[in-house]
Design a protein around this ligand. Structure first.
Ligand code: FE2
Length: 334
């Protein structure tokens, strides 16, 4: 007992000395690419700020944050897709960030007008074609997928997936709901295969000739063609042609400072890093996404060529998601 007291009295004076706490930032990520960690390591190396990563898929991450409320440990929230990030903002999970650097790093169409979220990588909803079944030269843009000559040759992912919801939202804003509905109905009439659960299985079906043409995010095809998921996928995708729709629907991965952030300054620094030309490239290159300001470096992306984004802002997409789901359901998109 005596010894215990002595020990305590020895420790106490040291504990009273103010210590420099290691800086850190807690990142809740709806992205699930191991390669992101490399970029975070580089951030830590340059700033001395430690990154603690918590991963969960898009929807469950938002649900978790809503549940945790102000007790959440989140400093930064990372999500993919316009609708998800908009929903997180509308649910009050993000706070506005005044940062000149973020305004410079992120083109205005890829960030929230209220500064609650900022894009850091880009993805194109692209058209893929099996040239043995459909002549790629006959496909220029999304509306061509409604052409009756493609009856039985179009493959689509299930309605519940946000990527297609955002594409339909994009077309509603561009063309109006009547024209967009006619396009979706025409496309749905051309579908024969069951609706797919993911972009990867859809790409395989196109490669195997079960479908002639499909809609996917560009990076899934690039990854498979690069051999990231093995030789079989590389072989089955080798003759698939990607058609860059002109203009292209571009979506993003985006980041925001959590409303609950206890390390706000570090959180802002982190987002400034991943949206910088260097940080955006470090994240986008290994996943075959496009960085914010260029077309990437891999030979697979080079082969896809350049693209012209349509002039729809990401925040407009999120606001039209509900209308998009309605249009898809009415057309019989399963
Ligand atoms: Fe994805």
């Amino acid at each position: 007992m005596v010894r215990f007291l002595v020990a305590l009295s020895l420790v106490a004076p040291f504990a009273a000395i103010p210590s420099v706490e290691a800086k850190e930032v807690r990142v809740y990520s709806g992205r699930h690419y191991n390669t992101d960690r490399k970029a975070y390591k580089q951030f830590s190396k340059e700033t001395g700020i430690k990154v603690r990563l918590i991963e969960a898929t898009g929807i469950s991450l938002v649900e978790r944050l809503k549940r945790e409320g102000k007790y959440s440990n989140a400093d930064v929230i990372l999500l993919v897709d316009a609708a998800r990030i908009n929903n997180a903002a509308e649910a009050g999970l993000l706070q506005p960030v005044p940062s000149k650097e973020l305004q410079t790093n992120v083109p205005s169409r890829y960030r929230d007008p209220l500064n609650r979220w900022f894009g850091f990588t880009r993805r194109v909803r692209a058209i893929i074609v099996n040239p043995k079944i459909v002549d790629p030269n006959t496909i220029k843009t999304y509306s061509d997928l409604a052409n009756p000559v493609l009856k039985g040759k179009v493959c689509l992912r299930k309605r519940k997936n946000v990527y297609n919801q955002s594409l339909v939202a994009d077309q509603i804003i561009l063309k109006g709901e009547t024209a967009a509905s006619a396009w979706v109905k025409g496309m749905v009439r051309n579908v024969s295969q069951p609706y797919f659960g993911g972009d990867v299985s859809l790409i395989r079906a196109v490669g195997q000739g079960k479908c002639g043409v499909g809609l996917v995010n560009h990076y899934y095809l690039a990854r498979m063609q690069a051999g990231s998921s093995g030789k079989d996928d590389q072989n089955v995708t080798s003759n698939i042609k990607l058609v860059m729709p002109n203009p292209a629907h571009v979506n993003i991965s985006a980041a925001g400072v959590a409303n609950s952030a206890k390390n706000k300054a570090e959180a802002i620094k982190f987002i400034e890093f991943i949206s910088s030309p260097k940080g955006s490239r470090l994240i986008a290159d290994p996943t075959f996404e496009y960085p914010l300001n260029n077309l990437g470096t891999s030979k697979e992306l080079k082969a896809f060529g350049t693209f012209t984004p349509d002039n729809i802002s990401i925040s407009a997409l999120g606001a039209t998601q509900k209308d998009a789901i309605k249009v898809m359901a009415n057309a019989g998109w399963r």
